[in-house]
Design a binder for this molecule. Sequence first.
Ligand SMILES: Nc1ncnc2c1ncn2[C@@H]1O[C@H](COP(=O)(O)OP(=O)(O)OP(=O)(O)O)[C@@H](O)[C@H]1O
Length: 249
Amino acid sequence: MLHVQAIKKVYDKHIAVHDVSFHIGQGEVVGLVGPNGSGKTTTINAILNVINLTDGAVHMGDFPCTSKSFKKQVSYVPDDLLLPHVLTGKEYIEFVAAMYELDIANNERLASLIDIFDMKEALKKPIEAYSHGMKKKIQLISAVMLDTKLLVLDEPFRGLDIEASIITKKLIKNFTRQNCSLLLSTHDLLTAEALCDRIVILSKGKKVAEGSPEELKQTYGATDLEEVFLIASGLKSRSDRYEKIIQNM
Ligand SMILES: Nc1ncnc2c1ncn2[C@@H]1O[C@H](COP(=O)(O)OP(=O)(O)OP(=O)(O)O)[C@@H](O)[C@H]1O
């Protein structure tokens, strides 16, 4: 399905991502985790083709990420809440649908999403009047309504209340049952473990580990994914030192 092949991105002289490769199979959820600055956003930006790669390639089947066919099959929920505040939620959904040439008149998928996220009344209001969680919900609705082959979610649960988080997790599971694939970038390892078939760990712009949560725990002799993360990203000795400091406080 999605192939990320030896991507490299250099900003000025700084290497943000170097030789990162992984794939996402049909119906698979792949987690992308790593410390701050490890290259997750750069990798996502490469998949979305919003940056020019220094080297490497991203493609889905025969389609490179630069092609319109690729772009029409990828939807994205960003971590930040950059939304046009002057538009109402309804106008924003119409705007996204128009970009993807999606007919939303009598669209049952969209109606169901609005219903389960309880956003019917809010859609009439301008986005500037939305809470953080409502902005996240409008982003989720407008991405999931597109019914693309690949959904890229960057910290999708941040700011959502508990009910909306539960709904989003169920949506993710249903999305993959329909053979759609998902890339989930998150700092929440418990959620990653619960949702992901495989996890790719980045550190300092490189892929340092990849596997199912169970495989990773076995490989690193770790009891949980937090320990895997600390060992794989070279943070274990620092974490042990902090633990001693905290115990002596
Ligand atoms: N536009 C840019 N210009 C220069 N350097 C950049 C740019 N974007 C990212 N970087 C650098 O590339 C590296 C990877 O950044 P990136 O945003 O991909 O990390 P991240 O894993 O998403 O981090 P976080 O978890 O903090 O969001 C960092 O060192 C960052 O400072």
